[in-house]
Write a protein that binds this ligand. Sequence first.
Ligand code: NAD
Length: 478
Amino acid sequence: MDFANRIGAELRAGATSRPNINPSDTTEVVGEFAQGTASDVADAVAAAREAFPAWSRTSPMERHGILMRAAAEVAARAEELATLLAREEGKTLADARGEVGRAAQILAFFAAEAVRLMGETGPSIRPGVTVEITREPVGVIGIITPWNFPIAIPAWKIAPALAYGNCVVFKPADLVPACAWALVDILIRAGLPAGVLNLVMGPGRSVGEAIVTTRGIDAVTFTGSVATGRGIAAACVASQPMKKVQLEMGGKNPLLVLDDADLDVAVRVALDGAFFQTGQRCTASSRLIVTEGIHDRFVAALTQAMAGLTVGHALDAATRIGPVADAGQLSTDLGYIEKGRAEGAQLVAGGEILNRPTQGHYLSPALFTEATNSMAIAREEIFGPVACVIRVRDYDEGLAVANDTDFGLSAGICTTSLKHATHFRRNAEAGMVMVNLPTAGVDPHVPFGGRKGSSYGPREQGSLAREFYTTVKTGYIG
Ligand code: NAD
């Protein structure tokens, strides 16, 4: 079956289509998805602009109702959507269930935000004059998402956009359009008027670039790699008129393990943070920074725990680590494993292509020791099941190494010392800090985002999402 783009009231087939391939079994095609063009984007923008005046004036309760109905359908179809997600992206069914549940929670959270939005009034410094501060929708939002969270990231961008009265032109990652298609279909059937939410699938180079450059899009929210994000920000500033822009990008997240850590906790936290979801999380702990006194015990226990991780088909109940998402990412992972070896780090576990009954991109989780923070495997985001251990003398050196990076998304510490945990929370240069918890794994109702090269612009999620999806108006009433 072919899945078409959604432009205004129209289901529009693409001039071409692209097969969505299951990375657990590359002989399986999940579906054929339309490939849009710049002219489809132009039509989607026109439909969104036409819908905007009426949609932006709908009652908050109407928007609340639509988002709640969508949340209920996502929750009711959780098993079916999780299976679809696991088939197109390769994360395990258990992880996919978690992601679908999160998408439902996000829709419900922003349903409530729609009715919670209030302004402020106060006295002017001029006698008899009142000042009023209100928030209005920005207009038409262009949404561009990556492949590693096929339903949660689209949900956490589309839900606030709609809740606050914006229209949307959405382009999911080319690799994973199936969950995106299902989410858009659910939202449209929940009652969105035609043109409020438009879906144009296709490559970044054509459809993505058209979203960034087409006049009529007021703001662009993007999640993906730093290189793409940098270009998008530059194009948004260069466009006429300028577009508001929000970027969520990569990470090289540190997990600092101190001598006084509970070893079992540290190993559990490292195993999850570094390798679960095949290491394909922007919040993955790819740098394990370990103090001398616990280093050898930690490495021994972690490698032992890694040996117990079953790598296999995403839908197999025994699987803990699914396949790498596609052949390109697999070759990137293998390239970094080679580079790590060449740089002098010791590969103490994994890093091998695995054969399984089905033809998938299977790679055993890889751990390097004797890494230094200047090596490419410690500085560049790999985005695969590859982590390195960096040995440090003490907490102070560990904190310095943790902060010595161009990224700043999430940072974790394993310790039983209140003093070090408190100091780390205040001094880690990251948007999110975790104490005795994996660097990955966040709540849907609080802000998400980072510093330095990891994020640009206002935070996503939680009530702070309104900073990007609304614009402030100051009124003076005499
Ligand atoms: P990517 O940058 O290759 O692509 C992201 C999206 O941008 C895709 O939809 C792609 O088609 C589109 N795109 C590509 N080129 C474009 C262009 N020139 N103009 C407009 N759009 C374009 O990233 P990816 O490989 O899909 O995802 C992996 C990256 O996403 C990693 O770096 C990861 O850390 C990051 N990520 C960040 C977060 C976060 O919230 N910080 C969350 C998940 C993933």
